[in-house]
Design a protein around this ligand. Structure first.
Ligand code: URA
Length: 215
């Protein structure tokens, strides 16, 4: 894991397993089912990193040998927020790791001409202000959707938000840093740039299409 000092709120999970799986996801010929499975696997490795410093408390338990004070997670259940539709590919894996998490959805699509996000759905758990909120979307491209989603989560009361993505473009990281400097980003790769259509380069194409087999 490389914790990049510039920008300070970005963590690139440079683990060999993550990087190996990501390379297969990038390949143009990787079939839909394999792509989805790899995304699920990487999401769990990213979740491991993004949940590293969760609050802990102690619970009195009995092992077969003796009583002990054992560590358990403290506080309200996490809120995992999928930014539809591609966020669902990350959500599934994270939920396997944190099955008791509460789940919310933010529906945004990208206007292909303006590249601006348009809202069509919003449903999140109660008591957002008391939870660690992890928003997930595989591609941090322009950053406009991520910023809009986090605006909405803050409006719903969220105070402690982290953002998980598979790939980030420098432009998206910068947009997020300006709008939400309090939101740390965890990603598998900081790619080179965006192209004229707003795709991440080298990237992997349209994450939603590759995940769901659409075009
Ligand atoms: N969304 C995607 O699915 N891919 C990109 O490269 C950029 C945004």
């Amino acid at each position: 894991m490389i914790d990049q000092s510039n920008p300070p709120h970005l963590t690139v999970v440079d683990h060999p397993l993550v990087q190996h799986k990501l390379t297969h996801m990038r390949k143009v010929g990787t079939p839909t089912g394999v792509f989805r499975q790899l995304l699920r696997e990487i999401s769990q490795l990213l979740a491991y990193e993004i949940t590293r410093n969760l609050e802990m408390t102690k619970e009195a338990i009995e092992t077969p040998l003796c009583p002990m004070e054992a560590p358990v997670l403290d506080g309200k259940k996490l809120a995992l927020i999928s930014i539809l539709r591609a966020g669902n590919g990350l959500l599934d894996g994270v939920l396997e790791l944190v099955p008791s998490a509460r789940v919310g959805f933010v529906g945004l699509y990208r206007d292909e001409e303006t590249l601006e996000p348009v809202e069509y759905y919003f449903k999140v758990p109660e008591a957002m202000g008391e939870r660690l909120v992890i928003a997930v979307d595989p591609m941090l491209a322009t950053g406009n959707s991520a910023v809009a989603a986090i605006d909405m989560l803050k409006k719903a009361g969220a105070k402690n938000i982290r953002f998980m993505c598979l790939l980030a473009a420098p432009e998206g990281v910068e947009t997020m840093r300006k709008a939400h400097p309090d939101v740390p980003i965890v990603t598998a790769s900081l790619d080179e740039r965006l192209n004229e259509q707003g795709y991440i380069v080298p990237g992997l194409g349209d994450a939603g299409d590759r995940m769901f087999g659409t075009k």
